[in-house]
Design a protein around this ligand. Structure first.
Ligand code: SF4
Length: 518
């Protein structure tokens, strides 16, 4: 891809046809047109939102259920991705008010490739990305009418042909007895594909299909499995190849910070600006930590109270969270000082070595940057804790046995612990945290999708009617998940094109350096 500030369409009709001839893609060819940096960012963030929804729904609902499909339908249409076969005649297009089908397919294509760049960097990221893309692909493939399924297979050189009604009638008995979970009545309404047996070894090995003359006869519901296997193999190879080209991409100073932040991206509210500043007293912190803190912050608070010290990663993560729930600068200074002086740091050393960094966090020193509390993605994906550190996300960074003990000590029921550990095993850390929220607040369904420790706190306070219940947060997308630029110019449009590099890449490190142990 090339990136210019003004979009130019360089692709001819035949290439367009080749790229976007079908509403569903295997993403075999990378985009070759020029796009603006702001479009680059919008597309990436929208796809990320979609994949996050896919992840959340995938754990909450059966993936083929009506409710799952309905919720994904809504998300698709809201974000303007192609999700249904749309009218494509000239007359119909004239009456369209939203983006055309071409625009939607283009967005689908380009956004997928941008996230490939961002999510090829580590094994964890690759695994997460492949899983969500596969779920998305399954939902879309299942939604295709039979005619379009055939078109899709031909289009992608997958030579699986449906058998004729006569052939199906002749083989009816064999198909019913050999095909897994089929009865005579469902064979009638079911397309059967004739596939070389070597493409369906899984089904042959488990004896789930009828095999004759080197071909297997696969019902429609199972062809999905084969297409998905193919998609998974292609995508995982493509991600490995993309990872090899990363050094070249990362040398582009406009893209490198953007891609890094995309892979840690948090797409939601900004918890740095809130209106209940000062409404929480220092005496309320202990009870609040037991009732309304997510596990990461509860662990940090406990660690601080026990050892009267936190290492810099912990001070940064917890300090910004406290700022986000409404502590003023004076309260924060008092809070940290009173705890540190109980340990090995005297008041003088605290003022010299630590007070500056707390004022810095509140934007009162240095570059006067208003630092934003860390999102779950940032906590989970960056700066993993090492020996002696208390920061990080316990669902991601704790040993399962330790996590189990921690949950037991917080009186989570054995069945609740099993559910949480199951989610952790599947690497659904935020969903595990959401389950912890539901279990500790004794509710069936939290009704929100967890992205941020401060969101956890706010939702808890809403439920409990506590002092943080009235926290108002500004609803905006976080352009840079770690920070906001100081004093943005009123003429600046948000977007990576205008992200000062020092804001995008250096500012967090800058803050980090203030938190190093003296
Ligand atoms: Fe904290 Fe988020 Fe992990 Fe929950 S999922 S413990 S809120 S980082």
């Amino acid at each position: 891809m090339q990136f210019y500030s003004r979009r130019k369409k360089l692709i001819g009709n035949s290439q367009t046809e080749q790229l976007y001839g079908h509403c569903l893609q295997f993403y075999g060819q990378p985009p070759i047109e020029n796009i603006s940096l702001s479009e680059f960012e919008t597309f990436a963030v929208d796809r990320l939102k979609l994949l996050k929804t896919v992840e959340n729904l995938g754990v909450s609902y059966v993936k083929t259920s009506e409710l799952y499909t309905k919720k994904l339908d809504a998300e698709f249409s809201n974000l303007n991705f192609p999700y249904k076969i749309e009218a494509s005649t000239k007359d119909d297009r004239k009456h369209q008010t939203g983006p055309s089908e071409y625009e939607k397919r283009r967005k689908d294509h380009i956004s997928h490739f941008i996230l490939r760049l961002a999510y090829c960097q580590t094994e964890d990221l690759r695994r997460w990305f492949i899983q969500q893309e596969i779920d998305l692909f399954r939902y879309r493939f299942n939604d295709l009418p039979s005619k379009n399924t055939q078109e899709f297979l031909q289009y992608n050189n997958l030579h699986y042909h449906t058998i004729s009604t006569d052939e199906k009638k002749n083989l009816m008995d064999k198909l019913v007895t050999s095909s897994f979970a089929l009865s005579g009545s469902t064979v009638d309404g079911q397309d059967f594909y004739k596939v070389p047996f070597q493409d369906a070894l899984d089904l042959v090995r488990t004896r789930k299909v009828y095999l004759k003359g080197g071909y297997v006869y696969i019902p429609h519901q199972d062809i999905v499995t084969i297409v998905l296997n193919d998609f998974r193999t292609r995508l995982s190879k493509a991600l490995a190849l993309t990872a090899r080209s990363l050094p070249a991409v990362q040398s582009d100073e406009r893209l490198q910070p953007l891609l890094n932040h995309l892979s840690h991206a948090y797409v939601g509210q900004d918890y740095s600006i809130q209106k209940n500043i000062g409404k929480i007293s220092l005496e309320q912190i202990d009870p609040l930590s037991a009732k309304s803190y997510p596990l990461c912050m509860r662990q940090l608070h406990r660690g601080l109270r026990d050892s009267h010290h936190l290492r810099h990663g912990g001070r940064l993560q917890y300090g910004l969270f406290l700022k986000g729930i409404g502590l003023t600068l004076d309260q924060a200074l008092q809070f940290w000082r009173s705890e540190f002086v109980k340990g090995k740091v005297d008041a003088d050393k605290f003022d010299k070595a630590y007070a500056y960094s707390i004022r810095h966090m509140f934007g009162k020193e240095g570059k006067r940057t208003d630092y934003t509390p860390y999102s779950c993605m940032k906590v989970i994906l960056s700066n993993p804790p090492s020996q002696g550190d208390q920061h990080g996300c316990p669902f991601r960074h704790s040993d399962p046995e330790l996590l189990k003990q921690k949950l037991q000590s917080y009186k989570v029921s054995p069945s609740g612990i099993s559910q949480i550990l199951e989610l952790v095993k599947g690497m659904h850390y935020q969903l595990a945290c959401q389950k912890y929220f539901e279990l500790t607040h004794i509710i069936e369904d939290s009704g929100f999708s967890l992205n941020h420790p401060n969101q956890y706190f706010m939702e808890s306070q809403k439920l409990l009617g506590g002092p943080g219940a009235g926290v108002k947060v500004e609803v905006k997308r976080e352009d840079n998940p770690a920070t906001k630029p100081p004093n943005p110019s009123p003429h600046q449009t948000p977007g990576p094109g205008n992200l000062p590099q020092e804001v995008a890449a250096e500012i967090t490190e800058d803050l980090d350096s203030f938190f190093q142990d003296a």
